[in-house]
Design a protein around this ligand. Sequence first.
Ligand code: DHB
Ligand code: FE
Length: 465
Amino acid sequence: MSLDKPYKDVPGTTIFDADQARKGYHLNQFCMSLMKPENRARFLADQEAYLDEWPLNPRQRQAVLDIDLNTCIEEGGNIYFLSKIGATHGLSFQQMAGSMTGMSEAAYRDMMVGGGRRPEGNRLKDLDGWTPPVPGEKAETLRENAPARYTSALFTSHVPAIGAAMDLGKTEEPYWKKVFDGYQWTRKWAKENTPDVVILVYNDHATAFDSSIIPTFVLGTGSDYPVADEGYGPRPVPDVKGYPELAAHIAQSVIQDDFDLTLVNEMVVDHGLTVPLSLVFGELGPEEQWPVRVIPLAVNVVQYPVPSGRRCYELGRALRRALDKWDGPELNVQIWGTGGMSHQLQGPRAGLINEEWDNAFLDHLIADPKGLTEWQHMEYVDEAGSEGIELVDWLIARGAMDDQFGGGAPETNHRFYHVPASNTAVGHLVLSNPVATPESAAAGGETEVPASEPVPGTATVPATV
Ligand code: DHB
Ligand code: FE
């Protein structure tokens, strides 16, 4: 089940992948600091003192002092980053490349003038016993007894005012109580079903990303994500702990599965991510810890074109294939889809709510997610308001569920709908994949589960305040 990394064996070559990037993170960031003339001057004046400012391991540190680029590369450095060290010392790219070959500068230059190094004897193909890798097939079925178990999907709106109501102690006020009552079941359930890690799909609201960069899908591969200051001061909640090893594994698998994710190691997280955590795990102060590790997955819905529901669903499937390939420690994984439901925050049509459409969306999400992928952007915007487009986030969590890979249909554990919270219709669902019993595992991992029905008494009639 291990991931396809045939590039590991190309002679005299180190491919810079997520594992290398993680190993060389501080080394590469140190190199980037040398892009500033004042830093280059400080480094050259006292290299040891400058390096004291960077958490390099002893081997990395010594390799920088020795301008030993081969060791730097072994230690996770990448040549484009490392070239900043060479440039600081006045070396050309040819001098740097030549320094790694064991040849003298003159011999390397002469070799290049003579047509360069010939590939014969220098490629994988020339190694005895090498066979080309078989192109990977995309799994359409589940892996039995996978160490990473996708147990439940959770879907919820992520209105910032809900976070503010919690932060300001207003949850018992009649307006807010109606919202929080819909999460009582979930809070209790979450205590008994705390996963190890949540892949939290949300959309950044011009917080971590601005007009300078507009990535369609961002996977958080870092270890910590500070809570953002969105203009009101940061929410008084814990910072978020990531899961870099699992995130790097997901990045490798999903990108090989033709999804070109943007990988982000450092970013702040906004209400789109923290409000769902608060709704599910309750009021926790900044000194406490969330009970789960979180891998943020941010979808651009700010600037068009935004990804389609179909694309999000397919990303969910790629995510599940990645989880099924995990051979690390056993993990209980949940995927959350957040944002929506109907709302429009702009222009003369602000305040639009479409209860019928929202409930049809929930029905289809439960029973017909494939059909839901046919719904076009225009439909979301026209029917659910310009910000209702956030609902495409939910399709990622749903596309990864067992029944989309020939497994049993999910159980609907909880369904809630309420109008309003601030400008928004609040929707919330918890769906669980069938639990594998010994018999069902023997029968191919499929469990017979009756068609899901909304849980009676959990949906509230829309109410206005
Ligand atoms: C509101 C809802 C959102 O999803 C959001 O991102 C910002 C504001 C609101 O209803 O006020
Ligand atoms: Fe939002």
